[in-house]
Design a protein around this ligand. Structure first.
Ligand SMILES: NC(=O)C1=CN([C@@H]2O[C@H](COP(=O)(O)OP(=O)(O)OC[C@H]3O[C@@H](n4cnc5c(N)ncnc54)[C@H](OP(=O)(O)O)[C@@H]3O)[C@@H](O)[C@H]2O)C=CC1
Ligand SMILES: O=CCCC(=O)O
Length: 373
């Protein structure tokens, strides 16, 4: 409640439900936010209004300004929020500072000066370091504040960060996101949240600035698990798609035509339509780094192991991402996993879907077909 009061002063959100309205409405006429929340306790799409410029939200911290964190923080700033940023590599703060963000030199100082602090870190190790390490965010937490970790980590990591944050009297929400660089830029992320419900409700207008929908999934660990299951499926899909592209080429088909065929059928997916054309050209502009996809598969396999659930497809896909990492592709987009399937040929050159190799292979496949007929 203390947290809600702090934020209720000025905050509003795209769904027209101001914090002050919630605070001031008598309990028996709770029509607005709380009622909306109870009506859609697991899933809430964002409503379609925008934040009035004259109603400034409370002080928001943002830790971790990589591919995802930077556009997310930028959207908060553009919506008129008072945002304070920190990033290990300070230069990544500069574009946000020029947009109006404040800067503090440690996660602890950010948390101490903000009401709600978001973190978007690479992996479990960095999420723990930034939350609980020396001059970590926990050092600046106290009752009335909230910590929202939007990184993709496993449930055990999230639980341990939650314990440390809550030991200060502050509230904790895990809120990993589905959606990549472009949805982050467009404010179209999907939040998979779990933890303190009151922090979820308080943070909802901020989530609605950065995303198109949010799920509240209950206890800490459930948001992390949902995210890992989604990304386990995604990693396997991309590995399977890669096999299909290469097989189509090897039997003399045009992989670009395969992408088009898939886009019109039952297995169509925005992922295939978006990534397919550049994969055919052996280009992997980074939206979701391959090293993070492999981390998510590793964590998902750990989750499956913890409940003795067989996941042989994901295990095989994970091996492929490990091969891709060993070939120096960690920082490429995860679609570069296709490179792990390309076998060395033509004097060490790997296939690159060149039109020359396609045409000559098509001819030899046809010759083979005639010979065996
Ligand atoms: N990219 C995507 O499409 C999506 C990513 N995610 C998840 O979001 C998280 C962030 O992803 P993304 O933005 O792509 O990743 P990036 O690799 O672009 O950014 C990682 C961030 O973590 C920071 N960091 C890494 N190690 C440390 C450390 N030891 N101490 C402090 N800070 C550290 C980096 O700081 P520095 O700048 O100094 O390196 C950077 O701010 C990951 O968990 C990822 O799995 C979720 C959905 C989509
Ligand atoms: O974790 C990364 C997810 C990427 C996506 O959902 O497109």
């Amino acid at each position: 409640m203390e947290m809600a009061k702090t934020l209720m002063v000025n905050a509003n959100c795209r769904n027209h439900l101001s914090f002050s309205a919630i605070l001031n409405s008598p309990k028996n006429t709770k029509f607005s936010f709380s009622k909306t929340m109870s009506m859609c306790s697991s899933f809430c799409p964002r409503a379609s209004s925008s934040t009035p410029k004259d109603e400034l939200p409370a002080r928001i911290g943002f830790l971790g300004l990589g591919i995802m964190g930077s556009p997310m923080a930028q959207n908060l700033i553009k919506a008129g929020c008072d945002v304070t940023v920190w990033n290990r590599t300070k230069s990544k703060c500069d574009p946000l500072i020029s947009l109006g963000a404040k800067y503090k030199s440690s996660p602890e100082e950010v948390a101490a000066s903000c009401d709600v602090t978001f973190s978007m870190l690479a992996d479990p190790e960095s999420a723990v370091e930034v939350a609980c390490g020396n001059h970590g965010a926990a050092g600046g937490m106290s009752p009335g504040k909230g910590y929202v970790d939007v990184s993709t980590v496993d449930g055990a990591t999230s639980t341990s960060i939650s314990s440390r944050i809550k030991s200060t009297g502050a509230l904790y929400l895990e809120a990993p996101v589905s959606g990549s660089k472009k949805p982050a830029e467009d404010g179209q992320l999907i939040f998979l949240t779990a933890g303190d419900k009151s922090l979820y409700e308080t943070a909802a207008p901020l989530l609605d600035i950065m995303g198109k929908s949010r799920f509240y999934l209950g206890d800490v660990g459930n948001g992390a698990a949902m995210k890992l299951v989604v990304n386990m499926i995604m990693g396997s899909m991309m590995a399977s798609f890669s096999e299909g592209l290469l097989l189509s080429e090897k039997v003399g088909l045009d992989p670009s035509t395969l992408v088009e065929v898939i886009s019109q059928g039952a297995i169509s997916s925005p992922m295939y339509s978006t990534k397919g054309p550049s994969m055919v050209q052996s280009l992997y502009p980074t939206a979701f780094p391959l090293k993070h996809q492999q981390k998510d598969l590793r964590l998902a396999l750990g989750l499956a192991e913890s409940v003795s659930q067989p996941t042989p497809i994901a295990a095989a896909a994970n091996e492929l991402y490990k091969v891709a990492k060993s070939r120096g592709l960690s920082n490429q987009d995860f679609s570069a996993v296709i490179e792990a399937l390309k076998v060395a040929r033509f004097g060490g050159q790997t296939s690159s879907f060149s039109s020359e190799t396609r045409v000559s292979r098509r001819r030899s496949v046809r010759r083979g077909a005639c010979a065996s007929a």
